[in-house]
Design a binder for this molecule. Sequence first.
Ligand code: GLC
Ligand code: GLC
Length: 815
Amino acid sequence: MAKYGHFDDANREFVITRPDTPLPWLNMLGQDDFFGICTQTAGGYSFWKDARLRRLTRYRYNSNPMDNDGRFLYIKQGKTIWNPGWKPVRTPLDAFECRHGLGYTRITGRKGGVEVEQLIFVPPDENVEIWKVTVRNASRTTKRLSLFSFVEFCFFEALNDMTNYQRTYSIGEVEVEGSAIYHKTEYRERRNHYTLFGCTRDIAGYDTSRDAFVGVHHGLHDPRAVLAGRCSNSRAYGWNPIGAHQVDLAIKPGKSEAFAFVLAYVEQGDLPKFDAPFVMNKAKGRDVLAKYSDMAVVDGAFAALRRRWLDLLSAYQAPQVPNVHLQRMTNVWNQVQCMATFNLSRSTSGYETGIGRGMGYRDSNQDILGFVHLLPARARQRILDIASTQLSDGTCFHQYQPLTKKGNADVGGGFNDDPLWLILSTCAYVRETGDRTILGEPCGYADKPGSRDTLLHHIETSMAYTLRNRGPHGLPLIGHADWNDCLNLNCFSKEPNESFQVTGDIAGSKAESVMIAGLFLYAARELAALYRFLGSPADAARLDGHHADMLRTVEEQAWDGAWYTRAFDAEGRPVGSKACDEGKIFIESQAWCVLGGAGAGNGRAKKALQAVEKYLYRPDLGCALQWPPYSTYHLELGEVTSYPPGFKENAGVFSHNNTWIHICWALLGDGRRALDYYLSICPSAKRDHDVYRSEPYVYAQMTASQFSPTPGEAKNSWLTGTAAWSFVVGSQYILGVRPEFDGLRVDPCVPTDWKGFTVQRRFRGVTYTISVRNPRGRSKGVKSLLVDGRRVEGNVIPLAAGAGTAVSVEATLGS
Ligand code: GLC
Ligand code: GLC
C-alpha cells in the first residue's frame, strides 16, 4: 500500500504519494448537475448532466499516455517547465501529493522552491468547477514565474465532437472579456448555453486557439506558448478552441498567493442572447466570475461542500467496527461510490466514454439500493424517471439519456430481468422513507404518450410480464439476456460486426433464465411485504401464491444435483449444469435462488453455496462468475464465450455478483464467511497494487480470476453495481441495520470473535445510535433489544415519533 499511497481515514481522503500509479486513479467531482472525472494528475473532463449531450471539456479516451487531457496548470520558472500534477510535461518533481476527498481533489507539486496547490471541486448546487490555486514560495529568494492554465473545450455533443471534423473544424467560436474566456460554439444557432473559463486574478495574456497555444506539431507535454513563456492572445475562429491564461507572479520568500480558475456552464434562460451582432450577452457569466473572485466566497463554497458531504454520510456511520476495511468502506468510500453510480449509472468514468451508454434500466434501479438513504427525494424522482421508460407490455428501454430521459432506440428492450429490478428499487425507497405516495404517482408508459398509469401499475405490469413470458420448463424467458448481459442465448451471431447485445430474434424463443426466476421469487416476496404494509392482504396473498408456484418450478426444474442450473438454451439444453463440458456452475443462479427463498427447507441453499466455495471462490480474489471458463466461442451462448478465460463474464471475478453471495452467507448465519468473502473483493484490503492496479478506494467491475494469466488485476473501476450492493452487504447484512416498512431491523451477522460495534443511523428523521454486543461469541441472532432502555420483542426497532429526536438502542447477540 505504501508504495503509491494510503488512506487518511480521519480526513476521509485517499492520499496518493507518487503520480505514476499503475493506472490512472480517479475521483468523481460533483453531486448535483455539474460533474467531472479527475485523476491524480488532474486528467479528466467535465460535463453538465449528460456526458454525451453537454460535455464542456475534451478527453481522448484510450490515449497514450493513458489519461492525457485535463485541467492543467503549467509553471514556467526560468527554463524549466513543470506541472504540479506531474503530467503532461512529466518533469520530475521535488514533492508530489494528491488527495482525493469527498467531491474534491487536491494536487500539490513542488519544484525549485515553489509549491503549487490545485484544489479542484464543484460546490453544492452550483454549475461551476473551481480550481483554487495556491502558489507558495518555500525558498529564501523571491520567485518569479509564469503560471498557465489550460483546458480544451468540447463542442457539447461529444460524439459529433470526436468524429465529425469536416464540420467541427469550422464551427468553433469564442469571446474574451478581461480574464474571462467564453466558449460559445453553436450559440448563434440553436444553443442557449455556453462554457466560461475565467481567472479571478489579472492575467498577463490568454490563448483560445489550440494551434497557437500548443502547436500543431507539439503536444500537451511541450506546448509552444509555455516553452516561449508567453501567450499570444489568440482568438479561435474555427479549428479547436481552448482556454489558457497566463498569470505572472513574483512571490517573496515564505509568502504565497491564492486565486482561482472557474469553469462554469451557463444557461441563458430567458435573457436576450446577444448584446450586439456576434456579441453574446455575458451578464450571467460575469456574475459567476465576480462571485468567485472573492477568495472568501471560494473558501466558503469549499466549506459548504465539506458540510454537505458530512451531512450526507451522517445517515449511516459505524464508528467502531472491528475490521478497518469494512469500516472505511461503509462509512466513506462505498457511499461516495454510490453517489457516483447513482448520478452516472454506467455512463462516465475512465472506462465508460459517456457516449455509449446513458442510464441503464437494471443498473440504475440497483444503484438506488445503495443511494436511497443519502437523498431519498432524488431516489424518488429517479425511480419515476426510470419507470417512464417502460413500455405498457412490460418491456423496458434498456438505457436512456439523462438529459432527455428518453429511451435509446438503438438498444431497445428485451432484457427480461429489467422489469423486475423496479420492484427492488421501489421497495427500498418505501422501506427507507415510509412514503407510500410514490406508488400512486402517475409516470406513464413510453409507448403511451400522455398516459398517467401509476408506479404501482408499472410494478404489477412487471410481475405480469415475467409470469406471461415463460418457457417450456415454466421458467422466465431470458430475451436478449438477463443480468448477465453476455449470456446471449438467442443471438447466434456469426458476423463480427453485429452487436451481441441486440442481435437475434427473441420472439418465439424458448431460452429460459433461472436467475430471473430467482429474481422473481425475491421480487414477489418484496411486493407481498409491501402489500401487507399497505393493508392489502388479498394482494399479498396473491403474490405469495406466485412465489410458491415459481418456487416449485425452480426446485423441480432447476436443481442440478449440487447447485442450481443457470439457464436453458434455445434448444432446451441446460447451461451451468454438470452435464456441460464448460460453464458447469454459474454464480448468479446460486445467489438469486437462495435470495428468493429456494433451498431453504431442503438444505439446497447451503449446498449451492458450498459449491460456489468449492468451484468459484478464492480468498484472495473473490468468486469467479462461472467454472470452467469457456475455451471456445459457442454460437448458442454468445458474448460470454467471447472473452478470454478469466476475464469479464467468462469466469472473471465480476465483483457485482459476489455481493449477492455475501448476503446469502449472512442469511445462512455464517458471519465468518460473510466477512471473509466481503474482504476477498474489497479494494481497501488489496495489498499488492502492482498486481491489483485499480483504485484502492472504490470497487472495480471485474478482477482477472485464477483462470487468467493475470489473476488479481482489476479493471473498469467506479461504475459498477458492486457499489450499491456492497453497501447493502456491509451496512444491512454484516452490520445488520436494515430498513423495514415498519421500523429498523437489527440483524447483524458477524464473525464470532467480534465483541461488538456501534452504528449511527438516521432513519425517517430520527437518529438511532445502536450498540451491538456479542458477549457469547455468536454470529447472528439478537437475543435482546433495548430501545431507550425499554425491552422490545423481536429485532425491529419500532418507529420513533418526532423528527430530529435521538434514540439509543442496545442489541445483544445470543440465544
Ligand atoms: C455490466 C452492465 C450490467 C450487467 C453486467 C453483467 O456491468 O452494466 O447491466 O448486468 O455488466 O453483464
Ligand atoms: C459487454 C460487457 C458487459 C456489459 C455490456 C453492456 O457485453 O461484457 O459487462 O454489460 O457490454 O453493453
